[in-house]
Design a protein around this ligand. Structure first.
Ligand code: NAD
Ligand code: MG
Length: 397
């Protein structure tokens, strides 16, 4: 962590050139808002999207990056026809993501794409010594050991964007030498906080997509409803802050004002708070180690006379316990859990399975998938594939 601070300090006066992987998503669009507000501090070097060529085109015309990538190759021609005149390079396909992140001019890579697809480009960016602003938590969940080892070896900082991890990181500034006793990750509890299993059996996709406090992409919104998101965040925290499972607690805090809490060896606790708005942690990671002015709405204590806290219901929301099991078992188990969850999450959105089946199938896949204790990168790819196939089969039963 100390290396992070020193490395980035020297860079702080020049305009940062940013590559945004997943610029058409919820985090990507908010990152562009931050850049729009701070044209003297940030510049867009690369934008990427999976298949939304229309929005990518609009963004490219506004921000004039050096290059864009569209993963869906069928959209390449149209995009290239439009951007050729503007002098913007257009690339297509998954492999192009891992190549563009190595472009010399890039100062920071914001990983705002969703799922396992983030792993390869993140590793590639680290290999090219690019600091990472990490929103794509799945990458750390799947292969946190390899990703953090590569980042340590290259002395590349991984700056958290997830609000809870950003909170912990912000509380750690000035404390990097002090030992963390434990952390409390706060959870809103999602739209079904307080519900019991029998009520959950029939919930619809529309109900699950209504998050009480945050507006996010569909996958993470469903993950928040099942508490898988908090489970993934527990594993993400292990790798970011080098903690074991006993040092990571989850506390339900329905107002989402306290974004997380750190407790030091002397018992002192520090929390970071503010209105729920992802632009703040995005901006913090992009501007780190500086804080820059913002016009985001400010918190007013009198609007929130009560901040409350509850225990997470891990019996009803099994995904959170699965994440702790995966964390303790190590090896490929979190990779299997993540892959299963990407499939079950999608199947729930496609109305192929019910809400409770998400955790049930995730658990079966985690138990049945082949296990490797000390995986290499290729083992994670194999595990991801096997777990997806297992989950698909269970969905069809
Ligand atoms: P989103 O679905 O809104 O956007 C995802 C982006 O990734 C899009 O630009 C899409 O084109 C791209 N993408 C999707 N699949 C891809 C693939 N296979 N290959 C390459 N690109 C692909 O998602 P989001 O809500 O912005 O979340 C992005 C990441 O940030 C996730 O890992 C999520 O867990 C994390 N995160 C999001 C929030 C939030 O508020 N949205 C908060 C914390 C963390
Ligand atoms: Mg979060």
């Amino acid at each position: 962590m100390v290396t992070f601070v020193l490395t980035i300090m020297s860079e702080s006066t020049k305009k940062k050139k940013i590559a945004i992987l997943g610029s058409t998503g919820s985090i990507g669009k908010q990152a562009l808002d931050v850049i729009r507000q701070n044209p003297d501090k940030f510049e867009v070097e690369v934008l990427t999207a999976y298949s939304n060529d229309e929005l990518l085109l609009q963004q490219a015309k506004e921000f004039k990056p050096n290059a864009v990538v569209i993963v869906d190759e069928s959209k390449y021609q149209n995009l290239n026809n439009e951007l050729w005149n503007e002098g913007i390079k257009v690339y297509a396909g998954e492999e192009a993501l891992s190549q563009v992140v190595q472009m010399e001019e890039i100062d920071l890579v914001l990983t705002a794409l969703v799922g396992f697809a983030g792993l390869k480009p993140t590793m590639s960016a680290i290999e090219a010594n690019k600091p990472i602003a990490l929103a794509n938590k799945e990458t750390l969940v799947v292969a946190g050991d390899l990703v953090t080892a590569a980042a340590d070896q290259k002395r590349v900082p991984i700056l958290p964007v997830d609000s809870e991890h950003s909170a912990i990181f912000q509380c750690l500034v000035g404390e990097f030498h002090n030992k963390i006793e434990k952390i409390y990750l706060t959870a809103s509890g999602g739209p079904f906080r307080g519900w019991k299993r029998e009520d959950l059996a029939k919930v619809t996709k529309a109900q699950a997509l209504k998050h009480p406090n945050w507006e996010m992409g569909a996958k993470i919104t469903i993950d928040s409803a099942t508490l898988m998101n908090k489970g993934l965040e527990v594993i993400e925290a292990k790798w970011l802050f080098h903690l074991n499972s006993q040092q990571i607690d989850v506390i339900v805090h329905p107002q989402s004002i306290i974004h997380s809490i750190i407790q030091f060896e002397d018992g002192s606790m520090k929390a970071q708070m503010g209105l729920p708005d992802m632009k703040l942690p995005i901006q913090y990671a992009m501007a780190y180690p500086q804080r820059i002015e913002s016009n985001f709405p400010r918190f007013n204590f009198l609007d929130y006379p009560k901040l409350t806290f509850e225990k997470a219901d891990t019996d009803t929301f099994g995904n959170l316990s699965l994440a702790y099991k995966a964390l303790d078992k190590g090896g490929t188990s979190a990779c299997a859990l993540n892959a299963a969850n990407e499939i079950t999450n999608r199947a729930f959105l496609d109305e192929q399975i019910g809400f409770l089946q998400i955790a049930e199938i995730n658990e079966r896949v985690m138990n049945d998938c082949s296990f490797i204790q000390k995986p290499k990168l290729k083992d994670y790819f194999n595990c991801d594939k096997e777990a997806r196939e297992l989950a698909e089969r269970l969905i069809k039963l």
